[in-house]
Design a binder for this molecule. Structure first.
Ligand code: NAP
Length: 290
């Protein structure tokens, strides 16, 4: 069994990105700059935005976090997005989701300038991804593709089962893996909560992407010998430690890992790759390479 080490790979990628940022600065150009909009004071959102800010600083990028109260109106938030769209000093903009219920998330996403949409959620960027045009691929699928590429995991002609069909993970994953590319060229089956006999599909899979958000759902009896397993899930469960919780993936790692040719751990697998992909997209934005 080989570990697909997202933590080490992301650290390596951060060094590469930091070098590129330095080159941009040394050439006299402006420092790449990511802006994040955070509405309200949800603890998890606050943590995510703080870590994105920290990542930017680690690679020498500028970052700005714009914080707004829960009570901000949709019209006011739209205006803030437009302000950033028009700000020539900012390359990338992310709006931390979820937004309060009175704000239409889709409307906000569609107002972001697609050139600055480093989360890759704007329909134009999704469309570009689906048709294989230059785009910002959203961070989690992009991170997984990068991990597969860097470990030279063979995907051509393989049967990949993606569990989960969300717009941010399952659906783009199924799309990217079926594209005529490397990694790619997979025969993809996409499963969800209405799939009948999920186990039978999993047992046919050379590659399983588990992205359903159910702790330790994928067990050894669902995985065939030599499979590649990518565990996207993150579920917080209570634990007797300092923080009072631990993170579990969608895969029962201890029993599944011995059967796998490659597997990602949780934590230290897809999570760090997701974070570094946002930096990669911001660098792309700064270079005007979407
Ligand atoms: P989501 O929007 O809740 O989607 C979950 C998907 O799983 C849905 O398509 C759902 O089917 C399907 N599903 C649920 N229960 C199932 C079951 N018993 N059998 C088969 N399919 C089932 O979640 P998400 O945003 O894609 O995230 C998935 C997990 O990945 C979560 O744990 C999340 O925290 C984690 N995540 C991790 C990262 C990272 O950086 N590591 C990034 C993003 C997300 P229906 O469509 O039929 O409801």
């Amino acid at each position: 069994m080989n570990l697909l080490d997202g933590k080490a790979t992301a650290a390596q990628m951060k060094q590469e990105i930091a070098q590129s940022v330095l080159e941009i600065k040394n050439s006299g150009k402006r420092t790449p700059h990511l802006a994040a909009i955070l509405v309200g004071n949800d603890g998890a959102s606050e943590t995510y935005v703080n870590s994105k800010e920290k990542d930017c600083h680690e690679v020498g990028m500028s970052s700005t976090v714009l914080r707004f109260p829960e009570t901000i109106t949709e019209a006011e938030l739209l205006q803030e997005v437009v302000k950033i769209n028009n700000n020539k000093d900012i390359d990338g903009l992310i709006v931390q989701l979820p937004l309060p219920k009175h704000i239409n998330e889709q409307k906000i996403i569609e107002t972001i300038n697609p050139d600055k949409d480093v989360d890759g959620f704007h329909p134009l960027n999704v469309g570009h991804m689906v048709t294989g045009l230059p785009t910002y691929v959203s961070a989690t699928p992009d991170g997984i593709m990068e991990l597969l590429a860097r470990y030279k995991v063979e995907t051509a002609g393989k049967h990949c089962v993606v569990i989960g069909r969300s717009n941010i993970v399952g659906r783009p994953m199924s799309n990217l893996l079926s594209q005529k590319a490397n990694p790619g060229d997979c025969t993809v089956t996409i499963c969800h909560s209405r799939t009948k006999d999920l186990k039978a599909f999993c047992l046919q899979a050379d590659i399983i992407i588990a992205a359903l958000g159910k702790a330790e759902f994928l067990t050894a009896d669902m995985v065939r010998e030599g499979a590649v397993v990518v565990d996207v899930g993150i579920t917080r469960v209570p634990a007797q430690n300092k923080s009072g919780f631990k993170l579990l993936g969608d895969v029962k790692f201890d029993e599944v890992a011995p059967k796998c040719s490659y597997i990602t751990p949780v934590p230290g697998g897809v999570g760090p790759m997701t974070r570094v992909s946002l930096l990669k997209n911001t660098l792309k934005a700064a270079r005007g390479l979407r």
